[in-house]
Design a protein around this ligand. Structure first.
Ligand code: 2M8
Length: 444
C-alpha cells in the first residue's frame, strides 16, 4: 500500500508544479497560496527538495515591505477570469520589485518556519550538497520569517494581548468554518456584490460543497473594506467589520516561533533562539488567557468587536496542542474533545454532533488532511504517541482508499473538492516517511 500511495502522491506534486511554484489544484486554485506552500514544502522535501526551497522562495519574494506574506501570489500567466477574486479585484499596488496586482493583501497562517525547518532536517538524507543548499536557504529565509512574525504580532495585534487577529475568514485558511458565524453575522451580506463580481469557484466545483452566496458576498465586502484603505492596519478595529483571534492561527504563530528558535540555533544566533522561545511562551499564555473556555474545555475564536467567544466547537479549537507549554488542564481538555463523539480520528472540521454539521460543505464538516496533520503533530508534542499513531494510520488509510482529494466526507470517506490536491499528496508523503517527534516535544 505504501509504495502505491507514495508514487501517486509524487505524481500529483509533479503535475501541479508550475515552473517556479506549486498550485494547490490546477483547475480550482491556479495560483500560489501561502499556507499551501508550507504544507507542500514538507512533502517536496522527500521527492524534490530543490523545488521545496524554490516554492518557499517564490512566496517570500512576494512579501510586502511591512512583513506581511500575501495569502495568494498571482501567476501572471493565468488569466483574470480563471480565478475569482483575481489580481485586478484585489488591486494591490506595486511594492519593492513587484509589479502592481501581484498578490492579495491578506495573509494566511504562518506555518512556513515549521516547513523550512522540516525541509532542512530532511536535507541530510539527500547528501552534503543538499545540506549546504538547505543552510543557504535558511539564511535567506530567516530574516523574512522573522519579519512575517513581527508583522503579525505588531500590526495585527488588534486585541492588544500579543495575539494576531485575522480580518477576513480566508486568513484562517478555514474559510467558512462555523467558528466565524457569530462574527460574520455582524458583516453586511450584500448579495448584489455577486452580480458585480461573479464567483468562479461554482464553475469548477459543486455548489453544495462550497460556501453559500451569503457567505461569499460577505467575503467580497470584507476585501472591499480592507482594500479601501490600501490594506492598512491602522485603526482597523474601528472601521472594519471582522476582527477575530483564531486559536489555530495563533497556535501556528507560536509553533513558528519554536521552529525559528531551532533555525536560529543552526545559524549560530543563540541570543535570538532564546527570544523566539520566550515569544512562543507568551503566545501560549495569551491563547490560554483569551481563547480557552473552561465550560466547554476547548478553545474558541474570540470576536474582537463584541469581546465574546464563538460558541462553535471546531477543529481549530484543538490546534493549541501544537504548543509544548500548554498547561495540563488544557492538554487534557483538548484531548478529551478530540477523542469525543464530536470529533474522533481523523477529526472532521466541525463538531459531528452539532445540529448544523454539514458533511459536504467545505470547512463545516468534511475531514481535511492538513488540520489532521497539525493535530497529529500536537499529539506528538505532548508525548501522546499511541494517539498520534492511530491518527496517522487513519489518515493514510483514508487517502489510500479514496485518493488525494482536497477534503473527505466525514462518514463515508468519499473524496470531495479538487481530486489531485497538492497538500493532501505532500502530507501523505510525510505521513509515510516521518515517525519522528518534534525536538521541543515533552517527554512521553
Ligand atoms: C481555500 O481558500 C480559497 C480562498 O483563499 C478559496 O476557497 O477559494 C481554503 O481551503 C484555504 O485554506 C486554501 O489555502 C485555499 C487553496 O487551497 O483554498
Amino acid at each position: 500500500m505504501s509504495a502505491e500511495l507514495w508514487n501517486s502522491a509524487a505524481v500529483v506534486l509533479e503535475t501541479n508544479w508550475s515552473g517556479d511554484h506549486m498550485v494547490p489544484s490546477r483547475r480550482l486554485y491556479p495560483h500560489q497560496w501561502s499556507w499551501d506552500t508550507a504544507f507542500i514544502a514538507i512533502g517536496l522535501a522527500y521527492v524534490n527538495p530543490g523545488r521545496a526551497w524554490r516554492d518557499l522562495r517564490s512566496l517570500f519574494e512576494a512579501q510586502w515591505p511591512d512583513g506581511r506574506v500575501p495569502h495568494i501570489v498571482f501567476d501572471p500567466a493565468t488569466a483574470e477570469a480563471d480565478y475569482f477574486p483575481g489580481p485586478a479585484f484585489w488591486g494591490v499596488p506595486a511594492y519593492g520589485a513587484r509589479p502592481a496586482n501581484g498578490s492579495t493583501g491578506i495573509v494566511q497562517p504562518p506555518l512556513h518556519a515549521v516547513a523550512a525547518w522540516k525541509v532542512y532536517r530532511r536535507a541530510s538524507a539527500h547528501g552534503a550538497a543538499c545540506v549546504q543548499e538547505a543552510r543557504a536557504e535558511l539564511e535567506w529565509l530567516y530574516p523574512r520569517l522573522v519579519a512575517q512574525q513581527d508583522y503579525l504580532t505588531t500590526r495585527r495585534n488588534l486585541g492588544g494581548a500579543g495575539l494576531a487577529s485575522i480580518v477576513h475568514p480566508w486568513e484562517s485558511g478555514l474559510d467558512n468554518s462555523p467558528a466565524w458565524d457569530a462574527a460574520m453575522a455582524g458583516v453586511p451580506a450584500d448579495l448584489s456584490l455577486l452580480t458585480t463580481y461573479r464567483r468562479r469557484d461554482l464553475d469548477v466545483a459543486d455548489a453544495a460543497h462550497r460556501p453559500t452566496d451569503r457567505d461569499y458576498s460577505r467575503y467580497v465586502g470584507l476585501v472591499l473594506s480592507y482594500r479601501a484603505e490600501s490594506y492598512s492596519d491602522t485603526d482597523l478595529l474601528s472601521r472594519h467589520d471582522f476582527a477575530v483571534e483564531c486559536p489555530s492561527f495563533n497556535a501556528i504563530l507560536g509553533a513558528a516561533e519554536l521552529a525559528l528558535a531551532q533555525i536560529a540555533g543552526v545559524l549560530g544566533r543563540t541570543a535570538e533562539a532564546a527570544v523566539h522561545r520566550e515569544r512562543a511562551h507568551r503566545i501560549t499564555d495569551a491563547i490560554v488567557a483569551r481563547l480557552w473556555d473552561p465550560r466547554s474545555r476547548t478553545f474558541h475564536a474570540r470576536d474582537l468587536r463584541t469581546g465574546t467567544l464563538s460558541p462553535a466547537r471546531c477543529v481549530s479549537g484543538l490546534m493549541p496542542l501544537l504548543l509544548p507549554d500548554l498547561p495540563a488542564e488544557q492538554v487534557e481538555g483538548v484531548l478529551a474533545e478530540a477523542r469525543s463523539a464530536r470529533f474522533g480520528f481523523p477529526a472532521p472540521s466541525y463538531d459531528r454532533t452539532a445540529a448544523d454539521f454539514d458533511t459536504m460543505r467545505y470547512w463545516r464538516g468534511p475531514v481535511w488532511i492538513n488540520v489532521n496533520w497539525l493535530l497529529r503533530r500536537g499529539l506528538l508534542v505532548h508525548g501522546l504517541r499511541d494517539e498520534a499513531e492511530e491518527l496517522r494510520a487513519a489518515m493514510v488509510r483514508l487517502v489510500h482508499q479514496h485518493g488525494h482529494f482536497e477534503y473527505f466526507h466525514p462518514a463515508t470517506g468519499e473524496g470531495l473538492g479538487a481530486p489531485t490536491f497538492s497538500w493532501t499528496a505532500a502530507l501523505a508523503l510525510d505521513l509515510l516517511a516521518d515517525r519522528s517527534v518534534p525536538a521541543y516535544a515533552r517527554a512521553a
